[in-house]
Every structure is written in C-alpha cells, then in structure tokens.
Design a protein around this ligand. Structure first.
Ligand SMILES: Cc1cc2nc3c(=O)[nH]c(=O)nc-3n(C[C@H](O)[C@H](O)[C@H](O)COP(=O)(O)OP(=O)(O)OC[C@H]3O[C@@H](n4cnc5c(N)ncnc54)[C@H](O)[C@@H]3O)c2cc1C
Length: 363
C-alpha cells in the first residue's frame, strides 16, 4: 500500500489523515505529547457548514451559537442580526482531541516526536508522499525549500471569566491611529474572549495595544484579575507561493489557507482536503505530481483568495473614517437585509453569487 507521512496533528493533519487513511497507509508525527496542548491559542468559531462537517466525523458539542455580528469603529456601529444560527463556538481542545480519538484507530500516530529538516529529507526516501500540516512555521516547507508565507497577522488573545451570553461576535475596526489593527470579542459559557491581530510589519511592543484591551475590559465591566489565559499566535492570510511540488504538499496554516475576514482556517481546510484527496489519487494512479494540487486549490478558491487580497489591502491602507462610512452603508436597511439573507460565512465570493442569483442562505 502507498505510504504517506503527515507532519503535524493539528486540525489540518488530523482531518487529512481521516480522509486519506481509508485508501492509503498513513503515518503522522506530532511534536506535542498531547494534541490538546496550545489548542486554545486559536478561537473555536465554525460556520454552519464547517461545524456539520466536523460533527459528522466526531461527536463534538458546541459551547454556543452565534447569531449576531456587531462591527465597531469609534464613531459608528453596524449590527448584522440573523434569525438563525450563523456560526457555532467550539472548545478547541475538545475539538482536536475528539478528532485525534477518531483518527488514531485509522492511522499510525506518533506523539512527542518533532522531525527536523535533515531527518525529514532522509524520511522522504521511505515515504511515497509527504504532507506538511505543521502550521505557519512549517518544517516541511523549510526542508524542501518552499518559499515562506509573506503576509500574516500577529495575534494576541485573552480569556476572562464573565457571565455574559449575548450570542454576538464583535469586530473592532477602530485602528487606534494605526492601520493594520483589528480586534474582536466574543462571549460563551462564562468566558469572554478578547483578541486582536496586527500586521506583522507593525513592530510596536504589545504594551502599545494594552489600552485597547483595557478599554474593552471596562466596556464589559471587567478587570484583568478575571483573566484565565493569554496566548500569542499567528494567522497567515495570503497563501504560500508554492504549496505542492513533486511528492510534497502542504495543507492548513502551512499552506496559508485562512480567510482574512474571519481569521477562520477550518472551513478552508475542509474545502482543501477534498482537493488534496483528488490530487493524491492522481499522483498515485497517473504519476501527476503535487504541483497539480497547488494549482487546483488556488484556482478553485481564486475568488476567495482575491477577496483576501482586497481586504488585506483595505485593512492596511484605509483608516477608521472609511470604515465608519462602510458601517453606515451596512446600516442601510436594504443593504443590511441583503447581507442577512445572502451572506455565506465561508466565502465572500459565494455571498456575492448568492446575491446575484437571489439564493438565500437562511433557514
Ligand atoms: C487567534 C486565532 C483565532 C483563530 N480563530 C479561528 C476560528 O475561530 N475558527 C477557525 O476555523 N480558525 C481559527 N483560527 C485559525 C485556525 O486556528 C488555524 O487555521 C488552524 O488551527 C490551522 O490548523 P493546522 O492544523 O494547519 O495548524 P496547527 O494547529 O498550527 O497545527 C500544526 C501542528 O503541527 C505540529 N508540528 C509543527 N512542526 C512540527 C514538526 N517539525 N514535527 C512534528 N510536528 C510538528 C504542531 O505541534 C501542531 O500541532 C484562528 C487562529 C488564531 C491564531
């Protein structure tokens, strides 16, 4: 049977293994001893589609339902309220662990094993295919000299104890006199999550952004003593220039498969796994190398990737007053109704198509 090595047992590695292990001999190596470690560095918001996909694989219960998004600048707010659940909040530690439990019966997983570049090049002789699901700083990409990801956000996320439940995600475009800042807050099961992302080119110390956090804490009537945890991380938002060649392919954060407008990666991972599967089949049956996969997913997601580029441009170049104008537009009754009716959380291009075809996403 054809042998595949997957590096990384995060969501991307586990979902890929789940998909491929029925047809191939799949081995996974993961540097953490427990897949739950550092899982909470990210949030657990999944669109309806992505959560049904995950729930069909593993029995995972959501913590909360999101029905409302409030966009803020300092001068303006715009509320988009759905009459049905638009997204669900999951416990990331539970999510990754339940996936791991499913996959460990189908694939050979070695935990607590960090491969280094030299070893990986050596291992590549023993495997027919190597899949890098090893995150933004991918060792697989580095080992095989794939270009690095050039655009990403540096993120900071804080969780606090609080008894607020409003089924709402808040997005802050109040870019504190500085472009390239975005903040969010979210409440679920006695927790408030506060976070922000800054463009990697902004190299100010984190204390610079402290006043934003303090402002939001006072908005919720909280102080820092209710803090449960803090995490710093990275969200790539423009894909790696090459994500597949010869017998190497990258998936998830390693490939830069994340939507900029929600920071969500899992919905993209779901879409790309199907395309990876199709490419792997061609690789083994017709000898078509993995550059096919690189072209395939980038062409299927081309409109979404274009939207990511446009948004990243807006995010870096527009200031708060322009965002305020956009929010005013969203408050327009007609536009607001269109968004509620046609918005697809996973794809702006699909939202536009829905709008043009008058295809409602509501229930
Ligand atoms: C603040 C924040 C909030 C987010 N919120 C959401 C959200 O609400 N919804 C959503 O869908 N997405 C969200 N995302 C994005 C999402 O978390 C990622 O896109 C997704 O987790 C990527 O999964 P992955 O498996 O590709 O990478 P990772 O989760 O980074 O997994 C990579 C794995 O590879 C392992 N590894 C790395 N190098 C090696 C090596 N050399 N040898 C062995 N193992 C190795 C690591 O230990 C790790 O377990 C968020 C991200 C951030 C930072």
């Amino acid at each position: 049977m054809n042998r595949i090595l997957i590096v990384g047992a995060g969501v991307a590695g586990l979902l890929t293994a789940y998909k491929l292990s029925d047809s191939y001999n799949v081995n996974i190596v993961e540097s953490k001893r427990d897949v739950r470690e550092r899982a909470e560095y990210a949030s657990g918001i999944l669109s309806e589609n992505a959560s049904s996909y995950i729930k069909a694989i593993a029995d995972i219960k959501h913590l909360d339902i999101l029905k409302k998004v409030i966009l803020h600048t300092r001068k303006e707010t715009a509320t988009i309220e759905f009459s049905y659940p638009k997204a669900y909040v999951f416990d990331r530690r539970e999510l990754v662990y339940k996936l791991y439990e499913k996959v460990k019966n189908k694939a050979d997983i070695k935990l607590g094993y960090r491969v280094d570049p030299k070893e990986l090049r050596y291992l590549s002789k023993d495997y027919d295919l190597i899949i890098g699901a090893d995150g933004f700083n991918s060792t697989v990409a580095y080992s095989f000299r794939l270009p690095s990801i050039e655009r990403y956000l540096l993120t900071y996320k804080m969780e606090l104890n609080a008894d607020i439940k409003d089924n709402t995600a808040h997005i802050y475009l109040d870019n504190i006199n500085e472009r390239g800042f975005i903040g969010w807050s979210l409440s679920y099961s006695n927790v408030i999550e506060l976070g922000y992302g800054i463009n990697k080119s902004l190299s100010r110390p984190s204390s610079y952004y402290k006043h934003w956090i303090l402002e939001k804490l006072s908005y919720y009537g909280l102080d820092k003593d209710s803090n449960r945890s803090e995490h710093a991380s990275v969200i790539p938002y423009i894909p790696r220039r090459i994500t597949g060649y010869k017998n190497i392919a990258l998936i998830g954060d390693a490939a830069g498969q994340v939507k900029l407008y929600t920071g969500g990666g899992i919905a993209y991972i779901e879409r790309c796994i199907e395309l990876l599967y199709e490419s792997v089949k061609r690789y083994f049956s017709n000898g078509i190398d993995m550059s096919y996969y690189d072209r395939l997913w980038k062409s299927r997601l081309r409109y979404d990737l274009l939207m990511n580029r446009l948004l990243s441009y807006a995010y870096m170049h527009l200031d708060e007053s322009i965002f305020s104008l956009i929010l005013k537009g969203i408050n327009n009754k007609y536009i607001n109704r269109m968004i509620v009716r046609y918005a697809d959380m996973d794809s702006i291009s699909l939202s536009i198509r829905n709008m043009l075809l008058r295809r409602s996403t509501g229930q």
